[in-house]
Design a protein around this ligand. Sequence first.
Ligand SMILES: Cc1cc2nc3c(=O)[nH]c(=O)nc-3n(C[C@H](O)[C@H](O)[C@H](O)COP(=O)(O)O)c2cc1C
Ligand code: SF4
Length: 506
Amino acid sequence: MKVYVPADAAARALGSDDVAAAVQAEAARRGLDLTLVRNGSRGMVWLEPLVEVERDGMRLAYGPATAADVAAILDDTSAKALGPTEDLPWMKKQTRLTFARVGLIDPLDMAHYRAEGGLVGLERALALPPTEIVQSVIDSGLRGRGGAGFPTGIKWKTVAEAKADQKYIVCNADEGDSGTFADRMLMEGDPFHLIEGMIIAGIAVGATRGYVYIRSEYPDAIRVMRAAVEVGRKAGLLGPSVLGSAYAFDIEIRVGAGAYVCGEETSLLNSLEGKRGVVRAKPPLPALEGFLGKPTVVNNVISLATVPVIFEKGAAFYRDFGLGRSRGTIPLQIAGNVRHGGLFEVAFGMGLGEIVNDIGGGTASGRPVKAVQVGGPLGAYFPSSLFDTPTCYESFASAEGLIGHAGIVVFDDTADMLKQARFAMEFCAIESCGKCTPCRIGAVRGVETIDRIARGDTAAIPLLTDLCNTMKAGSLCALGGFTPYPVMSALTHFPDDFARAKEAAE
Ligand SMILES: Cc1cc2nc3c(=O)[nH]c(=O)nc-3n(C[C@H](O)[C@H](O)[C@H](O)COP(=O)(O)O)c2cc1C
Ligand code: SF4
């Protein structure tokens, strides 16, 4: 008998370690020949800890499970039985490409990884000249999933064509956006997939060293990635000869101290070099002068972990999913005041309302949805009147918003959008690296101005608008440059919350 109990951080936070211990104790008590696998999460966080029991080759789900449920789960008499995992609506409605193996396999078992299609992408890429690897990534239409949506293949081409004695692949696993957890889930649930993507990137551009920069708040991801690198070295995946080829590639795991701005690529590079995490002016681009001044690919975890899929299934296969210039799939992270929170991978194009109401099941509080913030702390607040906006980079940009890293945070009608606007400005003031004036000073003045509005001084609203325009136009990076999105969207879509302050003051 095989039993799966996730060791994913979210599942652990909800008690999966106790459940795993209970499974082992019950098996010992009954003298059962039972294999316990600590897998990643299937992404249905509201059902965690989600226990799966393999019966007749089929995985049956039970959740949310407690230690007290274990005996009945093993007997298949539990009231928490949900049926075959793959038949759950949440699973069936997805197109799991990047997350195909997350939750399915034992994350550190290389044989299990291979048995589920792992390393096929790398083996196919190894048979191609580097220029063709780059071209396949361009053809796939893959765009960076870290936030900016820059075409991954074009970035690789710049690094590939740069002349240097050393080049680097840096994986951005800082994942600072509020309501996001895709990078963490991927690293904890399928670490070899990311390693495979980084190796392909290295071969494509001529880099022999890679770094994964992980925030310190992710201790489980750090542990799993470190262990996976060790397994990868022993398996000949990493080291002087990748899978017996002429290519060398190795990876080091680095831990960041957890500043939001250290997710910005140049700030991250400074931090990686042991310097203060301050944004560097561009040019030079990191692709030409990045880590230690050498040509460097900086890519998000999900961008890199999608690369093996492109080689396993073909660039055309991947490109066939999506909408407009947003190709492939996007792992949405649904969080906040929502009934069904979790990770949902789907082709670009699904409407925001469908995600929030059909997939997410509306608010957890049962009250009406008031706003949805998409794209982290720099993303706009969308009212329900914009729920027909399809998830693609262009549609979100034309609605004065951004998809970013695809975090979707739901708020019910008790949310005060003036307070949310203040929170956005305050976040920017706290997290600003201080390099440029519009952000360093502007965010502080922004908080003061919103406080004036909160005291009933609505005459300060044009001043806030003016300040936002200055921050947008004059900031050196997107922290100062995009903070106006949540602020202005709150003001534009929820004017009553700003006017109410005046009424209250009168
Ligand atoms: C303030 C700020 C924070 C950022 N945080 C992250 C982050 O946590 N993870 C990430 O991948 N990209 C983050 N980015 C985007 C990176 O600068 C960069 O665009 C990205 O790592 C490139 O990888 P991609 O092309 O694969 O998306 C951030 C950008 C800014 C301005
Ligand atoms: S916008 Fe803010 S975080 Fe970005 S460089 Fe300027 S001060 Fe630093």
